[in-house]
Design a binder for this molecule. Structure first.
Ligand code: KIV
Length: 272
């Protein structure tokens, strides 16, 4: 039997379901700007999420709540310009879909039309059923997001692991089944026990993408700034850092400052 993976010139929502069926894990990472998205795409990441985590890592807010729809569209447009292969999913930000399904559809249409992205993501289960239906009916692919949903952080009160108790775990399973039934193409599971991820993932044909949800998810997602070690004060157990850019960039910038101060930069060769 061949173990060669199928090559995807352009990843689509269908490719992701196919990857799950073939037992191929899905890689997903965030990006918010042209230069980073170009690097992420060239490294063959399957899905690029223009996450509302831009509110934290790009704008410096404490939560994802302040970022606006216009700002998300700005980030998404830059990413779309850079990307050739990955599927691009964009978060609908807090306050742009919760009040009614028509508003949700209007926001989703703005993202798709103005940025050129391929799909949207929203947080929640049964509470947003009508919005999901309406967006899907307009032909826009929808990704769900269950478990720790950062737009509800003030309701939860903490960023600790969700769905440890039976009642919440049962609701999460029901919500995941509902999102699949409605027609979502995938679900992000954030910060839930690995055993629950296994149960949810095995009960679905659409892929689950985990962040702090353990090894049984059909794919993994991280915030790019965390993976690269730019956010050095954020140290959750689930995070694997592949670089320590906070330190490396700081050192490089300090060397530049020293070179300028010492009149060592620019040299004769570095001028016209
Ligand atoms: O906004 C984001 O980056 C996300 C991921 C944490 C899944 O939603």
């Amino acid at each position: 039997m061949s173990t060669a993976k199928k090559e995807y010139k352009r990843v689509t929502v269908k490719s992701l379901v196919e990857m799950k069926k073939n037992g191929e894990k899905i890689s997903m990472l965030t990006a918010y700007d042209y230069s980073m998205a170009k690097i992420v795409d060239a490294a063959n990441v399957d899905v690029i999420l223009v996450g509302d985590s831009a509110s934290n890592v790009m704008a410096g807010h404490e939560t994802t709540l302040p970022i606006t729809l216009d700002q998300m569209i700005y980030h998404a447009t830059s990413v779309v310009t850079a990307v050739k292969r990955a599927l691009i999913v964009v978060d609908i930000p807090f306050g742009s879909y919760q009040s009614d399904p028509k508003e949700a559809l209007r926001s989703a249409i703005r993202i798709m039309k103005e940025s050129g992205a391929h799909a949207i993501k929203l947080e929640g289960g049964i509470e947003i059923k009508e919005s999901v239906k309406r967006i899907l009916n307009a032909g826009i692919p929808v990704m769900g997001h269950l478990g720790l949903t950062p737009q509800s952080i003030y309701k939860f009160g903490t960023y600790t692991v969700r769905a440890k108790e039976e009642e919440e775990a049962k609701k999460l399973i029901d919500d995941a089944q509902l999102l699949e039934k409605l027609g979502c193409f995938g679900i992000v599971l954030e910060k839930i026990p690995a055993k629950l991820t296994k149960k949810v993932s095995e009960g679905l044909t659409i892929p689950t993408i985990g962040i702090g949800a353990g090894k049984y998810a059909d794919g993994q997602v991280l915030v790019i700034h965390d993976l690269l070690g730019m956010t050095h004060e954020f140290n959750p157990r689930f995070l694997r850092r592949y670089m320590n850019l906070y330190e490396d960039m700081g050192n490089a910038i300090s060397r530049y400052v020293t070179d300028v101060k010492n009149k060592d930069f620019p040299s004769d060769e570095e001028q016209y």
